[in-house]
Design a protein around this ligand. Sequence first.
Ligand code: ACO
Length: 348
Amino acid sequence: MFQSRIAGIGYYVPKNIYTNDDLKRFMDTSDEWIQERTGIKERRYADRLTETTTSMGVEAATIAIQRAGITSKDVDFIIFATLSPDYYFPGCAVLLQRTMGMGEVGALDIRNQCSGFVYALSIADQFVKTGMYKNILVVGSEKQSFAMDHSTRGRAISVIFGDGAGAVIVQPTTEHGKGILSTHLHSDGAEAEKLAMYYPGASGGIGLANQPKWPDQELGGMFITPQMIADGTIFPVMDGQAVFKKAVVKFPEVILEALAKNNLNPTDIDLLVPHQANLRISQYVQKKLGLTDDKVFNNIQKYGNTTAASIPIALCEAWEAGKIKEGDLVCLAAFGAGFTWGSALIRW
Ligand code: ACO
Protein backbone atom coordinates (compact mmCIF):
# COMPACT_ATOMS: atom_id res chain seq x y z
CA MET A 1 0.00 0.00 0.00
CA PHE A 2 1.32 3.44 -0.98
CA GLN A 3 0.81 6.68 0.92
CA SER A 4 -0.10 9.80 -0.98
CA ARG A 5 1.34 13.28 -0.71
CA ILE A 6 0.74 16.70 -2.18
CA ALA A 7 3.55 17.09 -4.70
CA GLY A 8 2.59 20.44 -6.20
CA ILE A 9 0.15 23.23 -5.39
CA GLY A 10 -1.09 26.37 -7.13
CA TYR A 11 -3.83 28.94 -6.98
CA TYR A 12 -5.36 31.66 -9.08
CA VAL A 13 -7.57 34.57 -8.14
CA PRO A 14 -9.04 36.99 -10.67
CA LYS A 15 -7.67 40.51 -10.73
CA ASN A 16 -10.97 42.34 -10.18
CA ILE A 17 -11.13 43.38 -6.53
CA TYR A 18 -14.49 44.40 -5.07
CA THR A 19 -14.26 45.96 -1.61
CA ASN A 20 -17.24 46.08 0.72
CA ASP A 21 -17.65 49.74 -0.18
CA ASP A 22 -17.68 48.84 -3.89
CA LEU A 23 -20.73 46.62 -3.25
CA LYS A 24 -22.64 49.67 -2.03
CA ARG A 25 -23.02 50.59 -5.71
CA PHE A 26 -25.33 47.59 -6.12
CA MET A 27 -27.03 47.11 -2.75
CA ASP A 28 -27.79 48.67 0.58
CA THR A 29 -24.92 47.40 2.73
CA SER A 30 -21.94 48.64 4.71
CA ASP A 31 -18.32 47.73 5.30
CA GLU A 32 -19.09 47.61 9.01
CA TRP A 33 -21.97 45.09 8.65
CA ILE A 34 -19.96 42.75 6.43
CA GLN A 35 -16.73 42.88 8.44
CA GLU A 36 -18.44 42.51 11.78
CA ARG A 37 -20.32 39.36 10.78
CA THR A 38 -17.95 37.70 8.32
CA GLY A 39 -14.50 39.32 8.57
CA ILE A 40 -14.54 39.91 4.81
CA LYS A 41 -13.01 43.15 3.52
CA GLU A 42 -12.92 42.40 -0.19
CA ARG A 43 -13.35 39.60 -2.69
CA ARG A 44 -12.31 38.85 -6.28
CA TYR A 45 -14.76 38.51 -9.13
CA ALA A 46 -13.89 36.75 -12.37
CA ASP A 47 -14.15 38.71 -15.58
CA ARG A 48 -17.75 38.09 -16.59
CA LEU A 49 -17.08 37.35 -20.24
CA THR A 50 -13.54 35.98 -20.45
CA GLU A 51 -13.05 33.86 -17.32
CA THR A 52 -14.83 30.66 -16.35
CA THR A 53 -14.67 28.19 -13.50
CA THR A 54 -12.68 25.92 -15.81
CA SER A 55 -10.30 28.62 -17.04
CA MET A 56 -9.46 29.63 -13.46
CA GLY A 57 -8.98 25.95 -12.61
CA VAL A 58 -6.56 25.67 -15.55
CA GLU A 59 -4.51 28.60 -14.23
CA ALA A 60 -4.20 27.00 -10.77
CA ALA A 61 -3.56 23.54 -12.23
CA THR A 62 -0.78 24.83 -14.48
CA ILE A 63 1.14 26.08 -11.44
CA ALA A 64 0.51 22.90 -9.41
CA ILE A 65 1.66 20.70 -12.30
CA GLN A 66 4.81 22.72 -12.83
CA ARG A 67 5.65 22.70 -9.11
CA ALA A 68 5.19 18.92 -9.02
CA GLY A 69 7.83 18.67 -11.74
CA ILE A 70 5.51 16.96 -14.21
CA THR A 71 3.63 18.00 -17.35
CA SER A 72 -0.09 17.94 -18.05
CA LYS A 73 0.53 14.77 -20.13
CA ASP A 74 1.58 12.98 -16.90
CA VAL A 75 -1.73 13.61 -15.15
CA ASP A 76 -3.54 10.26 -15.02
CA PHE A 77 -6.78 11.31 -13.30
CA ILE A 78 -8.66 14.58 -12.78
CA ILE A 79 -11.00 15.46 -9.92
CA PHE A 80 -12.78 18.80 -10.17
CA ALA A 81 -14.78 20.22 -7.28
CA THR A 82 -17.17 23.13 -7.86
CA LEU A 83 -20.71 24.35 -7.23
CA SER A 84 -20.53 26.82 -10.08
CA PRO A 85 -19.79 24.64 -13.12
CA ASP A 86 -19.49 26.12 -16.60
CA TYR A 87 -22.33 23.92 -17.81
CA TYR A 88 -25.16 22.06 -16.09
CA PHE A 89 -23.46 19.12 -17.81
CA PRO A 90 -20.85 17.98 -18.74
CA GLY A 91 -18.70 18.87 -15.76
CA CYS A 92 -15.62 21.07 -15.64
CA ALA A 93 -13.14 18.17 -15.39
CA VAL A 94 -13.50 17.27 -19.07
CA LEU A 95 -13.33 20.93 -20.08
CA LEU A 96 -10.07 21.24 -18.18
CA GLN A 97 -8.80 17.97 -19.75
CA ARG A 98 -9.50 19.45 -23.18
CA THR A 99 -7.98 22.86 -22.48
CA MET A 100 -4.81 21.41 -20.98
CA GLY A 101 -4.37 18.86 -23.76
CA MET A 102 -4.25 15.93 -21.37
CA GLY A 103 -4.53 12.29 -22.34
CA GLU A 104 -7.85 10.43 -22.37
CA VAL A 105 -7.75 10.08 -18.60
CA GLY A 106 -10.63 9.68 -16.17
CA ALA A 107 -12.30 12.96 -15.26
CA LEU A 108 -14.56 13.21 -12.22
CA ASP A 109 -16.65 16.12 -10.98
CA ILE A 110 -17.44 16.49 -7.30
CA ARG A 111 -20.55 18.28 -6.06
CA ASN A 112 -19.82 18.77 -2.41
CA GLN A 113 -19.75 22.54 -2.29
CA CYS A 114 -17.58 23.89 0.54
CA SER A 115 -16.41 20.36 1.43
CA GLY A 116 -15.66 19.64 -2.23
CA PHE A 117 -11.89 19.94 -1.99
CA VAL A 118 -11.58 17.70 1.07
CA TYR A 119 -13.86 15.11 -0.55
CA ALA A 120 -11.82 15.32 -3.78
CA LEU A 121 -8.53 15.00 -1.91
CA SER A 122 -9.87 11.97 -0.07
CA ILE A 123 -10.83 10.29 -3.35
CA ALA A 124 -7.39 11.06 -4.78
CA ASP A 125 -5.79 9.62 -1.66
CA GLN A 126 -7.70 6.33 -2.04
CA PHE A 127 -6.80 5.96 -5.71
CA VAL A 128 -3.11 6.64 -5.01
CA LYS A 129 -3.03 4.31 -2.01
CA THR A 130 -4.32 1.41 -4.07
CA GLY A 131 -1.73 2.09 -6.78
CA MET A 132 -4.34 2.89 -9.41
CA TYR A 133 -3.05 6.41 -10.28
CA LYS A 134 0.23 8.25 -9.82
CA ASN A 135 -0.43 11.87 -10.73
CA ILE A 136 -3.91 12.96 -9.77
CA LEU A 137 -4.90 16.56 -10.39
CA VAL A 138 -7.36 17.85 -7.80
CA VAL A 139 -8.97 21.22 -8.55
CA GLY A 140 -11.38 23.41 -6.61
CA SER A 141 -12.68 26.37 -8.58
CA GLU A 142 -15.62 28.75 -8.39
CA LYS A 143 -17.12 31.55 -10.44
CA GLN A 144 -19.92 32.38 -8.05
CA SER A 145 -20.22 36.04 -8.95
CA PHE A 146 -22.07 35.07 -12.12
CA ALA A 147 -25.00 33.52 -10.25
CA MET A 148 -25.42 35.77 -7.21
CA ASP A 149 -28.12 38.30 -6.50
CA HIS A 150 -26.12 41.49 -6.09
CA SER A 151 -29.18 43.56 -5.27
CA THR A 152 -30.31 44.40 -1.71
CA ARG A 153 -32.61 41.37 -1.89
CA GLY A 154 -29.64 39.00 -2.07
CA ARG A 155 -27.17 40.89 0.12
CA ALA A 156 -27.08 38.41 3.04
CA ILE A 157 -25.54 35.81 0.71
CA SER A 158 -23.85 37.63 -2.14
CA VAL A 159 -21.48 39.68 0.03
CA ILE A 160 -19.97 36.47 1.42
CA PHE A 161 -18.88 34.69 -1.74
CA GLY A 162 -15.97 35.24 -4.11
CA ASP A 163 -14.27 33.65 -7.11
CA GLY A 164 -10.98 31.82 -7.51
CA ALA A 165 -9.30 28.45 -7.92
CA GLY A 166 -6.77 26.19 -6.27
CA ALA A 167 -5.20 22.91 -7.36
CA VAL A 168 -2.89 20.19 -6.13
CA ILE A 169 -1.11 17.20 -7.61
CA VAL A 170 -1.40 14.07 -5.49
CA GLN A 171 1.33 11.47 -5.92
CA PRO A 172 2.45 8.31 -4.13
CA THR A 173 5.28 8.48 -1.62
CA THR A 174 7.32 5.74 0.00
CA GLU A 175 8.46 8.01 2.85
CA HIS A 176 6.86 6.43 5.88
CA GLY A 177 4.68 8.74 7.97
CA LYS A 178 4.74 11.48 5.33
CA GLY A 179 1.87 12.81 3.24
CA ILE A 180 -1.86 12.39 3.78
CA LEU A 181 -2.24 10.55 7.08
CA SER A 182 -6.02 10.19 6.93
CA THR A 183 -9.19 11.77 5.62
CA HIS A 184 -12.65 11.79 7.22
CA LEU A 185 -15.90 12.49 5.37
CA HIS A 186 -19.42 13.03 6.71
CA SER A 187 -22.87 14.20 5.70
CA ASP A 188 -26.32 14.86 7.12
CA GLY A 189 -29.00 15.67 4.56
CA ALA A 190 -31.62 16.55 7.17
CA GLU A 191 -31.08 20.25 6.50
CA ALA A 192 -30.18 20.03 2.81
CA GLU A 193 -32.52 22.89 1.89
CA LYS A 194 -31.01 25.35 4.40
CA LEU A 195 -28.07 26.14 2.13
CA ALA A 196 -28.97 25.43 -1.45
CA MET A 197 -29.67 26.56 -4.97
CA TYR A 198 -32.85 24.76 -6.05
CA TYR A 199 -33.01 25.84 -9.67
CA PRO A 200 -32.25 24.91 -12.33
CA GLY A 201 -33.05 21.46 -11.02
CA ALA A 202 -35.28 18.53 -11.84
CA SER A 203 -37.19 18.61 -8.55
CA GLY A 204 -39.52 21.23 -9.95
CA GLY A 205 -39.74 22.47 -6.39
CA ILE A 206 -41.68 19.43 -5.17
CA GLY A 207 -41.68 19.51 -1.39
CA LEU A 208 -40.42 23.09 -1.20
CA ALA A 209 -42.41 25.83 0.48
CA ASN A 210 -42.73 28.09 -2.54
CA GLN A 211 -43.07 25.72 -5.47
CA PRO A 212 -42.88 27.85 -8.63
CA LYS A 213 -45.81 28.02 -11.05
CA TRP A 214 -44.72 26.00 -14.05
CA PRO A 215 -46.04 26.29 -17.64
CA ASP A 216 -49.26 24.38 -18.17
CA GLN A 217 -47.99 21.69 -20.56
CA GLU A 218 -47.85 17.91 -20.60
CA LEU A 219 -44.09 17.45 -20.60
CA GLY A 220 -40.87 19.33 -19.87
CA GLY A 221 -40.53 23.06 -19.44
CA MET A 222 -39.77 22.77 -15.73
CA PHE A 223 -36.39 24.35 -15.47
CA ILE A 224 -36.46 28.14 -15.26
CA THR A 225 -39.31 30.50 -16.02
CA PRO A 226 -39.31 34.29 -16.53
CA GLN A 227 -41.26 34.54 -13.26
CA MET A 228 -38.45 32.81 -11.36
CA ILE A 229 -35.95 35.27 -12.75
CA ALA A 230 -38.19 38.17 -11.77
CA ASP A 231 -38.82 37.01 -8.21
CA GLY A 232 -35.27 35.75 -7.56
CA THR A 233 -36.20 32.10 -7.02
CA ILE A 234 -33.19 31.14 -9.11
CA PHE A 235 -30.68 32.47 -6.59
CA PRO A 236 -29.07 30.51 -3.74
CA VAL A 237 -30.74 30.42 -0.34
CA MET A 238 -29.06 30.25 3.06
CA ASP A 239 -30.32 30.05 6.60
CA GLY A 240 -27.20 31.70 8.00
CA GLN A 241 -27.89 30.95 11.62
CA ALA A 242 -28.58 27.25 10.97
CA VAL A 243 -25.31 27.03 9.03
CA PHE A 244 -23.41 28.76 11.82
CA LYS A 245 -24.83 26.49 14.54
CA LYS A 246 -24.01 23.27 12.73
CA ALA A 247 -20.61 24.42 11.44
CA VAL A 248 -19.24 25.33 14.86
CA VAL A 249 -20.05 21.82 16.10
CA LYS A 250 -18.94 19.81 13.06
CA PHE A 251 -15.65 21.62 12.34
CA PRO A 252 -14.09 20.81 15.75
CA GLU A 253 -15.65 17.33 15.77
CA VAL A 254 -14.13 16.26 12.46
CA ILE A 255 -10.73 17.80 13.33
CA LEU A 256 -10.66 15.90 16.63
CA GLU A 257 -11.70 12.74 14.78
CA ALA A 258 -8.68 13.06 12.47
CA LEU A 259 -6.33 13.73 15.39
CA ALA A 260 -7.68 10.79 17.40
CA LYS A 261 -7.29 8.46 14.42
CA ASN A 262 -3.57 9.35 14.36
CA ASN A 263 -3.05 9.45 18.15
CA LEU A 264 -2.43 13.20 18.04
CA ASN A 265 -3.74 16.22 19.95
CA PRO A 266 -4.73 19.76 18.92
CA THR A 267 -1.35 20.95 20.27
CA ASP A 268 0.36 18.81 17.61
CA ILE A 269 -1.20 20.85 14.78
CA ASP A 270 1.31 23.18 13.14
CA LEU A 271 -1.26 24.75 10.84
CA LEU A 272 -5.02 24.44 10.56
CA VAL A 273 -6.33 25.50 7.17
CA PRO A 274 -10.10 25.63 7.54
CA HIS A 275 -12.53 26.19 4.70
CA GLN A 276 -12.90 29.96 4.61
CA ALA A 277 -16.63 30.03 5.37
CA ASN A 278 -16.75 32.99 7.68
CA LEU A 279 -14.01 34.43 9.92
CA ARG A 280 -16.33 34.17 12.93
CA ILE A 281 -16.69 30.42 12.38
CA SER A 282 -12.90 29.98 12.07
CA GLN A 283 -12.33 32.00 15.24
CA TYR A 284 -14.87 29.92 17.12
CA VAL A 285 -13.18 26.69 15.97
CA GLN A 286 -9.76 28.06 16.91
CA LYS A 287 -10.98 28.89 20.40
CA LYS A 288 -12.69 25.54 20.86
CA LEU A 289 -9.45 23.70 19.97
CA GLY A 290 -7.28 26.07 21.99
CA LEU A 291 -5.08 27.00 19.01
CA THR A 292 -2.99 30.17 18.93
CA ASP A 293 -3.41 32.71 16.09
CA ASP A 294 -0.26 31.52 14.28
CA LYS A 295 -1.70 27.98 14.04
CA VAL A 296 -4.77 28.94 12.01
CA PHE A 297 -4.59 30.33 8.48
CA ASN A 298 -7.30 32.73 7.33
CA ASN A 299 -7.47 34.71 4.12
CA ILE A 300 -11.24 35.20 3.83
CA GLN A 301 -10.58 38.89 4.53
CA LYS A 302 -9.11 39.21 1.01
CA TYR A 303 -11.08 36.67 -1.02
CA GLY A 304 -14.43 36.08 0.68
CA ASN A 305 -15.76 32.53 0.72
CA THR A 306 -14.56 30.77 -2.43
CA THR A 307 -16.31 27.50 -1.54
CA ALA A 308 -14.51 24.50 -3.14
CA ALA A 309 -11.51 26.71 -3.92
CA SER A 310 -11.04 28.17 -0.46
CA ILE A 311 -8.90 25.42 1.08
CA PRO A 312 -6.44 24.98 -1.82
CA ILE A 313 -6.10 28.76 -2.21
CA ALA A 314 -5.43 29.16 1.53
CA LEU A 315 -3.12 26.13 1.64
CA CYS A 316 -1.12 27.47 -1.29
CA GLU A 317 -0.88 30.98 0.13
CA ALA A 318 0.25 29.61 3.49
CA TRP A 319 2.85 27.42 1.77
CA GLU A 320 4.11 30.29 -0.39
CA ALA A 321 4.41 32.48 2.70
CA GLY A 322 6.65 29.85 4.34
CA LYS A 323 4.06 28.99 6.98
CA ILE A 324 4.21 25.29 6.08
CA LYS A 325 7.55 23.56 6.38
CA GLU A 326 8.71 20.03 5.75
CA GLY A 327 7.48 17.74 8.51
CA ASP A 328 4.71 20.10 9.69
CA LEU A 329 1.35 18.66 10.67
CA VAL A 330 -1.27 20.40 8.54
CA CYS A 331 -4.98 19.92 9.14
CA LEU A 332 -7.59 20.75 6.50
CA ALA A 333 -11.22 20.96 7.58
CA ALA A 334 -14.39 21.86 5.73
CA PHE A 335 -18.09 22.24 6.30
CA GLY A 336 -20.71 23.16 3.77
CA ALA A 337 -24.02 22.69 2.01
CA GLY A 338 -25.62 19.28 2.26
CA PHE A 339 -24.66 19.46 5.05
CA THR A 340 -21.33 17.81 4.35
CA TRP A 341 -18.09 18.12 6.26
CA GLY A 342 -14.67 16.53 6.37
CA SER A 343 -11.04 16.75 7.37
CA ALA A 344 -7.62 15.70 6.16
CA LEU A 345 -4.47 15.40 8.21
CA ILE A 346 -1.22 15.82 6.34
CA ARG A 347 2.40 15.40 7.44
CA TRP A 348 4.01 17.83 4.98
N1 ACO B 1 -25.64 44.41 4.59
C1 ACO B 1 -26.40 45.04 5.46
N2 ACO B 1 -27.44 44.46 6.11
C2 ACO B 1 -27.67 43.17 5.82
C3 ACO B 1 -26.91 42.45 4.89
C4 ACO B 1 -25.85 43.12 4.26
N3 ACO B 1 -25.04 42.51 3.38
N4 ACO B 1 -27.41 41.21 4.83
C5 ACO B 1 -28.44 41.13 5.67
N5 ACO B 1 -28.62 42.32 6.27
C6 ACO B 1 -29.61 42.69 7.25
C7 ACO B 1 -30.85 41.82 7.18
O1 ACO B 1 -31.72 42.27 6.20
C8 ACO B 1 -31.39 41.96 8.57
O2 ACO B 1 -32.07 43.17 8.65
P1 ACO B 1 -33.39 43.33 9.57
O3 ACO B 1 -32.95 43.02 10.96
O4 ACO B 1 -33.77 44.75 9.35
O5 ACO B 1 -34.35 42.32 9.03
C9 ACO B 1 -30.14 42.05 9.45
O6 ACO B 1 -29.09 42.44 8.56
C10 ACO B 1 -29.80 40.76 10.12
O7 ACO B 1 -29.90 39.70 9.17
P2 ACO B 1 -29.61 38.23 9.51
O8 ACO B 1 -29.74 37.41 8.29
O9 ACO B 1 -30.36 37.84 10.75
O10 ACO B 1 -28.07 38.39 9.84
P3 ACO B 1 -27.17 37.55 10.78
O11 ACO B 1 -26.77 38.37 11.92
O12 ACO B 1 -27.67 36.18 11.00
O13 ACO B 1 -25.89 37.41 9.85
C11 ACO B 1 -24.80 35.84 8.45
C12 ACO B 1 -25.98 36.73 8.62
C13 ACO B 1 -23.53 36.67 8.36
C14 ACO B 1 -24.95 35.05 7.19
C15 ACO B 1 -24.73 34.95 9.71
O14 ACO B 1 -25.94 34.26 9.89
C16 ACO B 1 -23.64 33.98 9.63
O15 ACO B 1 -22.51 34.31 9.88
N6 ACO B 1 -23.97 32.71 9.31
C17 ACO B 1 -23.05 31.69 9.05
C18 ACO B 1 -23.23 31.25 7.65
C19 ACO B 1 -22.04 31.48 6.81
O16 ACO B 1 -21.03 32.01 7.19
N7 ACO B 1 -22.14 31.00 5.64
C20 ACO B 1 -21.02 31.06 4.78
C21 ACO B 1 -21.29 30.25 3.62
S1 ACO B 1 -21.71 28.65 3.94
C22 ACO B 1 -20.37 27.79 4.17
O17 ACO B 1 -19.33 28.08 3.71
C23 ACO B 1 -20.46 26.60 4.99
